[in-house]
Structure formats: C-alpha cells, structure tokens
Design a protein around this ligand. Structure first.
Ligand code: GDP
Ligand code: IMO
Ligand code: MG
Length: 423
C-alpha cells in the first residue's frame, strides 16, 4: 500500500482537510508532522462542518489510527478541547496518539507571540498568535518542554520554574508585559497532563511497523510551501517545514518510505497574514473571489487576501516537494467572475523569471506575466465528470496542468466529500 504525503502547495488553506478526510476513508494511519493549532482544516461531512486545528483529519474515520508526530507543537488545552469536541460529536479518540517528543506550547509562548508581534508594529508577520514561533524557538534553542516532560510531574514543574525565570524577564523587561506565575501554570498544566497521559506514546516504531506491514499511511501537511521557514517568503512564514521534506523529520521516517506526494492547490491564490503576494487582487474581482470562495481564516476568522493562480508558485511546489500529483480544489468560486488570468512567469525589470525568487527585494520587483483565459458562468458544484465541465473550465484545468508539469488527478468543485471530479 502506498505511503502518501499531502501538502499545501501555496500559502495554506488549499483544502487539505477535505482531501485528507476523503483519502482517510481508505487509510489505516493519518499523521500530522508539523505546525500546531495555527492550522485550521475544514471537513464537511454529512452536512456537518468540522474545523480541526491540531487533531489529524483522519479522526472522522473510526478505523484510522491518528498520530500527532514529533514535529508538531502541541497546545495541550487546545488538544483537549478538540478531543472533547470530537467525543461529544460521537467520534472516539481512542485511536489517537501523540508522540512523546512533540514540543508543548506553553502560555509564555502565546504571550510572547503577541508581544513580539506588537513590538514589530507595521512590520508584523501577522501570525495566528498561537505561540507557534516562540515554541519552535525554544525547541531550536534546546530549552523546550516536550510531551514526555509534560507527563512527568516533577520534571515538568522544574522545567516550568527554570524557563519562566528567563521568560518572565523577557516578558517584563524587554516587552513591558505582565509576568506569569509559575505555580499557577504548573497547577493548570498538571490537570492537562493527567488527561493527556494515555495518548502520549513513542509513535516512531508504530509508524515504521505500520509502513513495513503494508498499511496505507497518509501524512497530513499543514500550512503551505510558501510558509516554509527555509523555502517560503521569509520572514513572512511560519516556523516549521510544510514542504514534503518536513514529513521525514516530523515523524521519524526516511525519505525512501514515501511513495506519493500529493500537492493541494486552489484554483486561485490566497494568503492570510502579511508578506508578498505577486498576483494579489485588491479590487472588485478579488472581493468577489473572497465572497464566492468564503475566504475567511478557519483559525482566526481573518479575511484571506485573494489573487489569480500563480504557476510560478505551483512549479516551485512541484519541484521542492517532489509532487507526483495535484488536487486542484476550489475552481467553482471562479464561475461568474468573467475572464480568468493565470500568472505564467514574472517580469523583473524586463527579464522573464520562471523560478520563485529567494528574496523579498527580488520578489517586490516581480510583476506577473498573465495569460487570459475564458471564464464560465455555470454552477459546476454538482458536476462529477470532467467531460461535463464547461469547456472553459476544462481548458483552465488543462492549462494549469501543462504549466505545472504534473498531473491533476482530482478537481474540487465544492466543500463536500462528494464534490470532487476524479480524472
Ligand atoms: P486547509 O487548511 O488546507 O485544510 O483548508 P481550510 O479548511 O482552511 O480552507 C479551505 C476551505 O475551502 C474550507 O472551508 C473548505 O470547506 C473549502 N473547500 C475545500 N475544497 C473546496 C472546493 O473544491 N470548493 C469550495 N467551494 N470549497 C472548498
Ligand atoms: P493551514 O494548515 C494559512 C500563516 C499566518 C502567518 C504566518 C505565521 O490551515 O493551511 P504562525 O502563527 O504560524 O507563526 O503565523 O503563517 N499561517 C497560515 N496561513 N493557513 C495555515 O494553516 C497557516 N498557519 C500559519 O497567517 O501569516
Ligand atoms: Mg486552513
């Protein structure tokens, strides 16, 4: 059985949750490997909408084992809220495991995320303020607290006191914030630890044995390739590795254990938070796409910035994540917007650029080179076969496929499980 990686191939929110939920119907294991509850993955199943943040999207399938891998940063309070929410809706979470190595998002991470963003002023990144960056900072600095520490009462208390002695100085003296009381944090988190203890496991051998036994394993990407800390639009990125390479470090498998890399794209481009966006539409058309596509963040509710499809980004995704196929979601909101543009390359001071530039300065000079395509007015949200799509929609998909140099196997025409066209 193939091991499949599903990643976001733009700036996140491409519809990964929907695709994972559908693929999870046949998967034995679903694994989250990076990010934390900055993610918001939406699943619409049987008329009910689920928004998952740190819980893997395989949880709706009772037969699937769901793993939160070592590369994820876990806010215990949020995870417990999600566990309770799913249990209340009738889904068992007995098939959930959290790797002992995963780092814990602490309250001081959340406070510092807010304070550092405020200190950046107009140059803020526009983070989700969930403490993601400060938690990964501690991980890299080797002062982080891991899930294995959270469930070790004495060690946890000691580590909180040690860390807060420093963090409180940063909070108070650097940023002018209010310090946290270590004893209150220890007491609050001890209760979370008691509840989470049964879920904390060494998931690395579980995953290895599952793959060796031929089970179908699905890796659920979070964020998108342009939010990758190395390959994204730095510093307007998240602090982890949403590219497919992130799956190996975030779960403990080697690259040869991956058979397929599926990139999720939207039929246009969106981004939440700040940073460059070459094809952004700050006009009526952009507003129309936002309205038709309901482009508001699943985590923070912020309106998403919208723009035309950018094939330079898509090609960058194909290359940096070894994509073997593409799922093109959300072409339905483009119906009725008139003629549709695709950015095929950039013009940088008269030079044609085909490769996504490494610096903000270069990117700022890039003007999209557009190809204009016929649009369509029909409602396509109930179409199940490619041949039944309006000719203009078929041509749009084919052109994107040609530009990306990677096959588009599925086309999303609505948020529901059955609103997909398989090719
Ligand atoms: P994720 O973070 O990649 O999982 O994506 P989000 O859940 O944040 O955002 C995608 C949104 O688009 C959700 O509201 C989905 O229900 C919705 N969606 C997914 N695929 C389609 C599609 O093909 N058409 C439409 N109209 N909506 C879709
Ligand atoms: P999913 O998995 C879209 C963005 C934030 C901000 C930047 C850094 O739903 O696609 P952070 O809180 O991570 O430090 O914020 O990254 N961001 C996302 N944008 N979808 C996401 O996840 C995102 N996760 C983080 O808006 O610009
Ligand atoms: Mg999302």
């Amino acid at each position: 059985m193939p091991t499949k990686v599903v990643i976001g191939a733009q700036w996140g929110d491409e519809g990964k949750g929907k695709t994972i939920d559908i693929l999870a119907g046949k998967a034995d294991v679903v694994v989250r490997t990076s990010g934390g509850n900055n993610a918001g993955h939406t699943i619409e199943a049987d008329g009910v909408t689920y928004k998952l943040h740190v819980m893997p999207s395989g949880i709706l399938n009772p037969k699937t084992l769901n793993i939160i891998g070592n590369g994820v940063v876990v806010d215990p309070k949020v995870l417990l809220e999600e566990i309770d929410g799913m249990e209340e809706k009738g889904f068992s979470t007995r098939n959930l495991m959290v790797d002992a190595r995963a780092h814990v998002i602490m309250p001081y991470h959340i406070v510092l995320d807010g304070l550092s963003e405020a200190a950046r002023g107009k140059g803020d990144i526009g983070t989700t303020k969930r403490g993601i960056g400060p938690c990964y900072m501690d991980k890299a600095e080797r002062s982080g607290i891991r899930m294995c520490d959270l469930i070790d009462t004495e060690k946890f208390a000691r580590r909180v006191r040690e860390n807060l002695a420093i963090k409180n100085k940063m909070i108070e003296l650097v940023y002018g914030g209010t310090p946290l009381d270590p004893e209150a944090v220890i007491a609050e988190y001890a209760a979370y630890a008691d509840r989470l203890r049964p879920y904390v496991k060494d998931t690395v051998p579980v995953l290895y044995e599952s793959i060796k036994a031929g089970k179908e394993v699905l890796f659920e990407g979070a964020q998108g390739i342009l939010l990758d800390i190395d390959l994204g639009t730095y510093p307007y990125v998240t602090s982890s590795h949403p590219i497919s390479g992130g799956v190996c470090v975030g779960s403990g498998i080697g690259p040869k254990m991956i058979d397929e890399c599926i990139g999720i794209l939207k039929g246009y481009t969106t981004r939440v938070g700040n940073g460059p966006f070459p094809t952004e539409l700050e006009d009526e058309t952009g507003e129309m796409i936002r309205r038709k596509g309901h482009e508001f963040g699943a985590t923070t509710g912020r309106p998403r910035r919208t723009g035309w499809f950018d094939a330079v980004i898509a090609k960058y995704a194909v290359r940096t994540s070894s994509l073997t196929s593409i799922v093109l979601n959300k072409i339905d909101p483009l119906g009725g917007v008139g003629k549709i543009k695709i950015c095929v390359a950039y013009d940088m001071d008269g030079t044609v650029i085909n490769d996504f530039p490494p610096t903000l300065e270069a990117l700022a000079k890039c003007k999209p080179i557009y190809e204009e395509m016929e649009g369509w007015d029909e409602d396509i949200s109930n179409i199940k076969e490619f041949d039944r799509l309006p000719a203009a929609a078929q041509n749009y998909v084919k052109r994107i496929e040609e530009l990306c140099g990677c096959k588009i196997t599925t086309i999303g025409v609505g948020p529901g499980r059955d609103q997909n066209i398989e090719r």
